[in-house]
Design a protein around this ligand. Structure first.
Ligand code: PLP
Length: 388
C-alpha cells in the first residue's frame, strides 16, 4: 500500500477487530472485487518496475498480508515467513554472528530450544537461560549480548513474563528484545506497544486458525524488518500467493475466533480445576495462577491455551483414548479443540534433563481450546477424566 493509500484509508484509526478484516487491503480498479486477487505467478516481467519474485516477499499477496499483520501488532512492517521457525531462525541468524550472546527465557517452545542447541550453539553463538524474574535479567548481560528472546504465556506451562520490564531493561542495555506472541495473538497482547523491538509468530496457529496452513511472521519497525529481510530471503522462508490468500482470509475472523476461544478456555480451566482427576491447571485467567495479576495488566483476555496435570492415579493414554470430541493432535490454535502431551510433541526434542527440570512429563496435557460449545467440550473432558 502506498503512503497515499494509507493516508486516505479510513481504517487507519480502527479497532483491531476491524483491522483483521481490512488492514492492508488495496483497491482493485480492474476487478472491483472485495477480495485481494490471488497472484499465482512465480515469474514476472522484470523490465516493468523492479524484480518481483515470491521469495523476495514483493508480490501483491505478500504486501497485503504483511501490512495486515503489521497493523494488528501495531508495527511498522512485517515479513510473513514459511513457518514460525522460519521467523525465529531468521531473527537469530540475521541479528547475531558467531561469538555473540543472547538471553533466552527458560521454559519456552521446544523447537526454539532445539534451534539453539542443535544449530546456533554449534555455530558458535552463546546463550544464557533466564528465570523470568526482572531483577535477574541485567546480571545476564555480557559484552557481546545482542538480544533477549521471551514468550508470554510460555509453551506449555503458561508462565507470564513482565513484558514492559523486559523491554525497559533491554533498551537500557541496548539489546534487541524479541517476543514470541503466538499464544496471546495481537488481539490480546501487543508487545510492540510495550516497547518490544520485534514480535515473532507461528502463524500456523491462531493467525491461520484452521490447522491447514504453515506460516510465520516477524513484526517490528521498518529499519529492523529491512535488516532482517535479506536473511529471510536467503533462508528461502516465504509463502506463495495461494497460501497467503488463505492466510488473509483466516485473519479476517481472528478477532471473533480468539474471543470465543478465550471465553471457552476460561470455562474449561475453572471446571478442570474442580475435577478430582486433575492435579493442577495452568491458566493465567485463574485467580490462583501465580502471574494472574500481571496477565490481567498486560493482556486484554487470557487466551485459549491451557495446560493441566493429571492426578497420579490417572492413566494418560486411557484418558486420551476416551476423548471423543477433543482431538489428540500436535499443533494448536485451530477452530477445533485439540490436546497433546508436550513431552511427546512440542518438547520431544528437548533434552530429558531440561524436560525433567521443567516438570514436563506424560501427565502434563496442553489443551488448545476451539470455538465449539463449551458445555460440549466439558462433557467430553469430564467423561474421559471420570472413567480413568
Ligand atoms: C510458541 C510457538 N512458537 C513457535 C512455534 C513454531 O512454529 P511453526 O511450527 O509454525 O514453525 C510453535 C509451534 O508449535 C509454537 O508453539
Amino acid at each position: 500500500m502506498s503512503d497515499q493509500d494509507l493516508d486516505q484509508n479510513p481504517n487507519k484509526a480502527c479497532q483491531k477487530s476491524t483491522e483483521c478484516v481490512h488492514a492492508g487491503a488495496v483497491a482493485q480498479p480492474a476487478a472491483l472485487g472485495v477480495n485481494t486477487p490471488v497472484v499465482t505467478s512465480s515469474a514476472f516481467d522484470y523490465r516493468v518496475d523492479h524484480v518481483r519474485y515470491p521469495r523476495y516477499h514483493n508480490t501483491l499477496n505478500h504486501e497485503v498480508v504483511a501490512a495486515r499483520v503489521a497493523a494488528l501488532e501495531s508495527g511498522e512492517a512485517s515479513l510473513v515467513t514459511a513457518s514460525g521457525m522460519g521467523a525465529i531462525s531468521a531473527v537469530f541468524l540475521g541479528l547475531m554472528k558467531p561469538g555473540d550472546h543472547a538471553i533466552l527465557l527458560d521454559g519456552i517452545y521446544g523447537g526454539t530450544i532445539d534451534l539453539v542447541t542443535g544449530l546456533l550453539e554449534p555455530m558458535g553463538m552463546r546463550f544464557s537461560t533466564w528465570d523470568g524474574a526482572p531483577d535477574s535479567l541485567p546480571g545476564l548481560v555480557e559484552e557481546h549480548t545482542r538480544l533477549v528472546h521471551v514468550e508470554s504465556p510460555t509453551n506449555p506451562l503458561m508462565d507470564i513474563v513482565d513484558l514492559a520490564a523486559v523491554a525497559r531493561i533491554a533498551q537500557a542495555h541496548k539489546l534487541i528484545s524479541v517476543v514470541d506472541n503466538t499464544f496471546a495473538t495481537p488481539l490480546l497482547q501487543r508487545p510492540l506497544e510495550m516497547g518490544f523491538d520485534l514480535v515473532v509468530h507461528s502463524g500456523t496457529k491462531y493467525l491461520a486458525g484452521h490447522s491447514d496452513l504453515l506460516c510465520g511472521a516477524i513484526v517490528g519497525n521498518g529499519e529492523l524488518i529491512a535488516r532482517l529481510k535479506p536473511t529471510v530471503i536467503r533462508l528461502g522462508s516465504s509463502l506463495n500467493g495461494r497460501e497467503l490468500s488463505l492466510l488473509e482470509r483466516s485473519m479476517a475472523t481472528l478477532a471473533v475466533r480468539v474471543e470465543r476461544q478465550s471465553a471457552n478456555a476460561g470455562v474449561l480451566a475453572r471446571r478442570l480445576g474442580e475435577h478430582g482427576a486433575v492435579e493442577t491447571v495452568y491458566y493465567p485467567g485463574l485467580a490462583d495462577h501465580p502471574d494472574h495479576d500481571l496477565a490481567k495488566a498486560q493482556m486484554s483476555d487470557f487466551g485459549a491455551m491451557l495446560s493441566f496435570r493429571l492426578a497420579g492415579s490417572v492413566d494418560p493414554d486411557r484418558f486420551l483414548n476416551r476423548l471423543a470430541l477433543v482431538r489428540p493432535a500436535v499443533s494448536l490454535g485451530g477452530v477445533e479443540t485439540t490436546i497433546c502431551q508436550p513431552a511427546r510433541t512440542s518438547h520431544a526434542k528437548v533434552a530429558a534433563e531440561i524436560r525433567q527440570r521443567l516438570n514436563i512429563n506424560d501427565r502434563l496435557m496442553r489443551l488448545s481450546v476451539g470455538i465449539e460449545a463449551a458445555d460440549d467440550l466439558w462433557l467430553d473432558l469430564d467423561q474421559a477424566l471420570s472413567d480413568t
